[in-house]
Design a protein around this ligand. Structure first.
Ligand code: DAH
Length: 338
């Protein structure tokens, strides 16, 4: 028995020494101290010994069990400590490393101009409304007094979806929709995307406009000129020069086009303004009586003024962007500047 105990002791000591981690160590524990482990089996074998031999053998086995339990315990705590240290090292976070944040862009210049215009007009008592991008041909042209043979109706200029439906080529249909739904006094602006079959250095098939409409008693050309001058000076510089040129639109009479002094040359004449010193920003006029009447508004009682402005033009002027394409490239180096 003594010999057997010594052998087991040596085996246990060897296996404890070899155990690399707590999993291996608990296997050693099972092999010797588990229910069917070698020490337990020895215990169970005691019954087969004679009465005389039993006490001494029992004591030896008990001592072996206590010793093994102690040794396993010592190794267990040193392995556990080591494993914890290793885990801390693996999971350590270097808080001084630079983060993996996302790159920030900025608001797009067109959205900035749109937001600023809406803010200015809201301050002047205008309501900001939306109008469909896919629009009835009737609202795009007919209700705006555009004659059947007008070139803007051409399939080479307008994107038709069917005979009666098109992508709106301007925001002016928003005027008709507003007048059909509201009674005067009316004061609205309609910002949004518009579409034309145009694509070159200074035109894009999709661009943005903002439409304005005021209908009330006694609205006249002077109101329009005053409003647009205020607008230009608020949006650009207070000392910007504003020029009104007589023009023609089917939906207004009289009609004007509005220019502001060129931001590059301050009116001296340069490549951007094609030597004129002026850059056109919008079309406007006194609402044609036929358009009011078509919307059920009595033109003998009410009159109106309207305008339509290109947001790309305004953004380019305001931020000194020389090429319209830059607005559509979505290059973060450009957008990040705003
Ligand atoms: N719809 C015109 C265009 O796209 C711009 C315009 C001119 C709008 C005169 C108006 C207006 O409301 O009165 O060229």
């Amino acid at each position: 028995m003594q010999q057997l105990i010594e052998q087991l002791k040596a085996q246990i000591a060897g296996q404890i020494a070899e155990a690399q981690d707590t999993t291996e160590l608990s296997a050693v524990h099972g092999r010797f101290l588990g229910k069917k482990g070698e020490i337990s089996v020895l215990m169970q074998g005691l019954g087969k010994l004679s009465k005389e031999e039993r006490p001494a053998a029992g004591q030896l086995i008990n001592e072996l069990r206590d010793w093994a339990t102690e040794q396993l315990g010592i190794k267990e705590s040193s392995l556990a400590q080591w494993e914890l240290t290793r885990r801390y090292k693996q999971e350590a976070i270097d808080v001084t490393l630079p983060g993996t944040g996302r790159e920030m862009g900025g608001s797009h210049p067109i959205n900035l101009v749109r937001a600023e215009l809406c803010r200015v007009f809201a301050g002047l008592g205008f309501e900001v409304v939306e109008s469909p991008e896919v629009e009835l041909v009737n609202y795009c042209f007919t209700a705006l007094n555009v004659p059947p043979n007008h070139p803007s109706r051409d399939r080479q200029d307008t994107f038709y979806i069917s005979e009666d439906v098109a992508l709106r080529p301007h925001t002016s249909p928003g005027q008709i929709r507003t007048m059909e739904n509201q009674k005067p006094p009316i004061k609205v602006v309609v910002p949004g995307r518009v579409f034309r079959r145009d694509d070159d250095a200074s035109h894009s098939p999709m661009f943005h406009q903002i439409e304005g409409l005021v209908v009330d008693k006694g609205i006249n050309l002077c109101d329009l000129l005053g409003l647009l001058t205020t607008l230009a000076k608020t949006l650009f510089e207070p000392d910007v020069d504003v020029r009104f040129r007589p023009s023609y639109f089917p939906f207004t009479e009289p009609s004007v086009e509005v220019d502001v002094s060129c931001f590059v040359c301050s009116g001296k004449g340069c490549g951007l303004c094609k030597g004129t010193g002026w850059i056109e920003i919008l079309g406007a006029g006194v609402v044609n009586r036929k358009v009011l009447a078509g919307c059920g508004i009595d033109p003998d009682v009410y009159s109106g003024m309207a305008f339509g402005a290109g947001l790309e033009r305004m953004a380019m002027l305001k931020y000194g962007i020389g090429n319209i394409q830059i607005l559509y490239d979505n290059d973060l180096r450009m957008i990040g500047q705003f």
